[in-house]
Design a binder for this molecule. Structure first.
Ligand code: NAD
Ligand code: TYD
Length: 331
């Protein structure tokens, strides 16, 4: 199986999940090791795991890696909304052009199943009392990141309708868990709090997200691969909505800290107010349901970051810190 973006947060967790759930499967990971990728936590090279450092936009890299694969799961992407606001070029290039290279290569060699990892952000933003989105909701992305993901979804499904390829896609809510790059809300809050640094909350901090532990996303992806259907979209969410301010307060509580570290800063431009998903299709068709409560998942995540400073401290000591300081000053 070809996995793209395995040095990033979700795909790395997925590789680790597959190693325990399907230990005999042979996996190839293609990752360019951008700022968001690290090899720590991946299995060693072996007959069942091979890592290729390469860019998904590079046709020859992809054609080499894909030959002989029975399935492809596409995770690699530019993923941070704030970075897409600062500059959208890499988002269009990696997310849209990269997918096109992968689809053509998969069609060329006849890969039987192409599973793509999308996001609820393609649906846009909900108001306080709106119903959660079903898969039939219109796409209305509002950030350059979300727009590039919506473009991916359209391109992917066009290969089903036009070329008859077996493509499937998941649209998942906000993930949290081990190995998430410390620019996203949960790991940023934990790593800042552990260093007594302030925690920036955008706007009023009352934006809501539907939170899922990454392992529950991984189990859903495996169900999509094993029992999902060609051309289908599956929303993956827990229905557990939390306000950003409450997520941050919960983390501070788990660390035994009070709220004085929270700093309210000017809002993210075009900030989506609320995401919520109706994932009854995945529950009924795939027999999937999440197994982690938000409280226990968050507690485990905080514990993991406390014990894994050797993973995140070097990241924060590198280029990322410069970017973060610039962003923060900018606001
Ligand atoms: P991430 O930013 O942690 O990791 C992305 C990985 O892709 C990195 O290892 C990076 O090196 C690699 N990559 C980037 N550009 C590449 C290129 N051109 N060629 C090869 N590799 C490249 O991302 P993540 O949070 O794990 O997200 C994975 C996927 O899941 C993305 O498609 C994202 O849109 C989607 N998703 C994420 C979330 C979330 O909450 N994190 C929710 C729903 C969907
Ligand atoms: P993020 O983790 O960037 O994910 P996404 O934008 O894809 O949902 O942000 C989650 C929420 O937290 C989002 O509403 C923006 C907000 N946020 C902050 O308030 N402060 C921060 O420093 C970050 C990174 C995010």
């Amino acid at each position: 199986m070809l996995i793209t973006g395995g040095c990033g947060f979700i795909a790395k967790n997925f590789i680790r999940f597959l190693r325990s759930e399907r230990p005999g499967w042979r996996l190839v990971n293609v990752d360019a090791l951008t700022y968001a990728g690290t090899v720590a936590g991946l299995p060693d090279e072996s007959p069942t795991f091979h890592m290729v450092r390469g860019d998904i936009r590079d046709k020859s890299v992809v054609l080499d890696a894909i030959s002989g694969c029975d399935a492809l799961i596409h995770f690699a992407a530019e993923t941070h909304v704030d970075r897409s606001i600062a500059s959208s070029a890499e988002f269009v290039s990696t997310n849209v052009m990269g997918l096109q290279v992968l689809l053509d290569a998969a069609m060329h060699v006849g890969v039987p199943v192409f599973t793509h990892i999308s996001t609820d952000e393609v649906y846009g933003s909900l108001a306080e009392h709106d119903e959660p989105w079903a898969e039939s909701a219109p796409l209305a992305p509002r950030s350059p990141y979300a727009a590039s993901k919506a473009a991916q979804d359209h391109l992917l499904l066009s290969y089903f309708h036009t070329h008859g390829m077996d493509v499937r896609l998941t649209r998942c809510t906000n993930n949290y868990g081990p190995f998430q790059f410390p620019e996203k809300l949960v790991p940023l809050t934990i790593t800042n709090a552990l260093r007594s640094k302030s925690i920036p909350l955008y706007g009023d901090g009352l934006q809501r997200r539907d939170w899922i532990h990454v392992e529950d996303h991984c189990s859903a992806i495996l169900r999509v691969l094993e029992v999902g259907r060609a051309g289908e979209i599956y929303n993956i969410g827990t229905g557990v909505e939390r306000r950003n301010r409450d997520v941050v307060k919960s983390i501070l509580g788990l660390l035994g800290l009070d709220e004085h570290l929270i700093t309210y800063i000017p809002d993210r431009p075009g900030h989506d107010r609320r995401y919520a998903l109706d994932s009854s299709k995945a529950r009924h068709e795939l027999g999937w349901s999440p197994s982690r409560s938000f409280e226990s998942g968050l507690e485990d995540t905080v514990k993991w970051y406390r014990q894994s400073e050797n993973w995140w401290a070097p990241i924060l000591a590198g280029k990322y810190q410069e970017y973060y300081d610039a962003q923060y000053r900018h606001r």
